[in-house]
Design a protein around this ligand. Structure first.
Ligand code: SF4
Length: 694
């Protein structure tokens, strides 16, 4: 029965970066059901998470009061029952908890403190979080989960294009005749975006899917390149080699808008398809056909996901994709462009808002004295430190080294999301003072000294920015439960206790300040978003809905030119050997979002996918003497998990795929923390693993 409700409130889906607009139907102060509305990214469509994944908001485990660790609590560990937290924590008033949080962090102070902000909070909350760390502690040790998803894509885009955001919205595929989707599984991870990809293929568009795993989009593909894991550069360089050898490149575009072409061209001479086929596993003639198909397109787009970015050569992978688009002139026109598909609902906005250790808001470098002066004039209290801060993975290493002793973590779950998660959990346990702000007693909150109960997205007002650069208005449909409060309010109260003279009384005030320091928000105001729901940046005038395509006339780099950066083939950090003969790769499933803190508390989603599982090729299962449904043990140099096995022909016989949402068989117990030297992103997509039947 979805017939009657008390009121409806327009907001944004809290899960993925597609940013579907939703109408929340409220009955008796609960979300009764959800419908898609006509947002620019979803045109009324929703996936199973957006439609049925909202009831986590009303779960019994919601945090409803501030908590302080009891003096007689057991030693810190992953040992708190969220339904019986009284053994470890005691309830506290907001004043007591905020004082304890601020005093504990202040007592450590300076570079001894670090912050992980949230890509699930609003733009205003992300902005306040980075400002609090920078102003309150005088340095830049602030980061968020972009480090674990698209940091290498952003590094390559910033380096070669001059901007970290997409050059075209995914909806632009409607104007393309060829599209590459590489290292992404949009039917599971960006399902509404995938509907546009499927429609594109159905109307005759050539869809080139490249992925070490087979996937549902394969049914719509003109070409399916199931290449060897970690071999992206060899495959992409071979494709570009053909474009050079057969002179299929766009010399006019290259001359007008790029630099370093001759170096790229010379570099690619070494990557003939016949030479690369043994590395990437794709037949030379297929590589040639893909090269000709892409290069002869009228308009072509490239979409990529974490299969590209989560490697020690993730930045090189993205450099290749950028070079491919540049040499064929496939940027800056309708139906052409580069689009890394963003993960969390606000990972684009959190990055734009400055939750990054090397950049202030709008990717303005902390090392630039003029930039720092601008921020200092507007922020007033104290200066901005000129040195880059530490990244997520470096911060946890610094905790082990004793250099960081206090952390403020909002809406992030490193006890589940970081590579080699036992190392991450040991770091959290070692902290002298950990403040966690969240809606549930997450695995990370298990280690907290102070827990601050925050708001779900349906309980807050604030803007978010999706993968398409669309800034959208989220509206509170419900009050937070019990004493829980909106995240912006909590951060402001902490800042006041750290001696900062902040006086925001509504997210609107924060957004107004953001428009002063973020040129990307020109012509976008809170009132405009309240009236229009979404504006794409850049917006060229107060009435311009925003530009779906950018860089038609050059790039935001010196001389207006994008750059070719050649990439070499680099082996994964840890290759299979006699002890660990198989390849582990990790990712998400349609029903569960990231570390599962929300979706595993949603009745429908948890009912559909209730149990930790991994996927292996049927022949691999047979060789193990196992049946689908049997428990198997996966072991890497970091640790072991026991997990239920599924048969999946899409997985290569030497691979196992493990989703990372399940605490009882945490995939990141196994993953390799080796990082890409540029984007500092861990190699979640490749580790050597041993598999046994138990
Ligand atoms: Fe939500 Fe993403 Fe699904 Fe849209 S596609 S409903 S934003 S999870």
């Amino acid at each position: 029965d979805t017939g009657d409700f008390d009121r409806e409130v327009a907001s944004i889906c809290p899960f993925c970066g597609v940013g579907c607009q939703v109408s929340l139907k409220i009955k008796d102060e609960k979300v009764k059901f959800v419908e898609g509305i006509n947002g620019p990214a979803n045109e009324g469509r929703l996936c199973v998470k957006g439609r049925f994944g909202f009831d986590y908001i009303h779960h019994d485990h919601r945090l409803t009061t501030p908590l302080i660790r009891r003096a007689d609590a057991p030693a810190k560990g992953l040992n708190v029952d969220p339904g019986n937290w009284q053994t470890h924590f005691r309830a506290a008033s907001w004043d007591e908890a905020l004082d304890a949080a601020a005093n504990g962090l202040n007592a450590i102070g300076g570079t001894g403190v670090a912050g992980f902000g949230s890509a699930k909070c609003s733009n205003e909350e992300a902005y306040l979080f980075q400002k609090l760390i920078r102003q309150g502690f005088g340095h830049n040790n602030v980061d968020h989960c972009t480090r674990l998803c698209h940091a290498s894509s952003v590094a390559a885009l910033m380096e070669n294009v001059g901007s970290g955001a997409v050059t075209a919205t995914f909806n632009e595929i409607e104007n393309a005749d060829v599209a590459i989707v590489i290292g992404a599984n949009p039917i599971e991870n960006h399902p509404v975006a995938a509907t546009y990809f499927k429609q594109f293929a159905k109307r005759g568009g050539k869809l080139i899917v490249m992925d070490p795993r087979g996937q549902a989009l394969k049914r719509f593909a003109s070409h399916m390149l199931q290449f060897r894991p970690g071999a992206d550069v060899s495959m992409l360089n071979a494709i570009m080699h053909v474009i050079v050898a057969e002179k299929l490149y766009d010399q006019q575009y290259i001359d007008a808008y790029t630099e370093n072409w001759e170096a790229e061209k010379a570099h690619l001479a070494d990557f003939a398809p016949e030479k690369m086929t043994g590395i990437c596993g794709i037949d030379a003639e297929v590589l040639r056909d893909v090269a000709r198909t892409f290069a002869s397109a009228k308009s072509a787009m490239i979409f990529w996901g974490m299969g590209v970015s989560q490697h020690i050569h993730g930045t090189d992978n993205s450099r290749c994709l950028i070079s491919l688009a540049l040499m064929t002139g496939q940027v800056g026109r309708p139906g052409a462009g580069l689009h890394p598909l963003r993960g969390q609902n606000n990972v684009q906005g959190a990055s734009d808002a400055g939750l990054i250790p090397m950049f202030l808001p709008d990717y303005q470098p902390v090392g630039d004295a003029d930039v720092r002066t601008t921020f200092q004039e507007i922020w007033q209290d104290g200066g901005v430190h000129p040195d880059k801060g530490l990244t997520v993975t470096e911060i946890l290493d610094a905790v082990h080294a004793g250099d960081i002793r206090g952390m403020y973590i909002s809406g992030e779950n490193p006890a589940m999301s970081d590579p080699d998660v036992d190392h991450a959990r040991a770091a959290l346990a070692k902290l002298d003072h950990l403040v966690v702000q969240d809606i549930f007693l997450t695995e990370t909150a298990n280690f907290a000294d102070v827990i601050l109960p925050a708001s779900a997205f349906a309980e807050k007002n604030g803007t978010v920015t999706n993968t398409n650069r669309q800034v959208q208005m989220g509206r509170a449909a419900l009050a937070p439960p019990g004493a829980a409060r909106e995240d912006w309010w909590i951060t402001v109260e902490l800042a006041k206790r750290l001696g900062l003279r902040w006086s925001y009384s509504h997210p609107r005030d924060v957004f107004a300040e953001m428009t002063q320091v973020m040129p990307s928000l020109a012509n976008i105001t809170w009132d405009r978003l309240a009236a229009e729901n979404a504006v794409t940046y850049p917006s060229l005038s107060p009435t311009d809905p925003g530009q779906p395509i950018v860089f038609a006339d050059g790039f935001p780099r010196a001389g207006g030119r994008a750059k070719f950066t050649p990439a070499n083939v680099i082996a994964p950090d840890e290759v299979p050997d006699a002890d660990y003969p198989m390849i582990l790769t990790t990712g998400r499933q349609l029903e569960h979002w990231h570390t599962g803190s929300m979706t595993r508390r949603s009745k429908v989603l948890d009912a559909v996918e209730p149990e930790a599982n991994c996927s292996l090729h049927p022949a691999t299962l047979r060789a193990l003497g196992a049946q689908p449904g049997d428990m198997i043990r996966l072991t890497t140099r970091r640790g072991s998990i026991d997990i239920m096995a599924r048969a999946d022909r899409a997985v290569a016989p030497d691979m196992v795929f493990v989703p990372f949402a399940y605490v009882e068989a945490a995939a990141n117990t196994l993953t390799n923390p080796a990082i890409d030297p540029y984007g500092k992103i861990p190699e979640f997509k490749f580790a050597a693993v041993r598999i046994e039947k138990i």
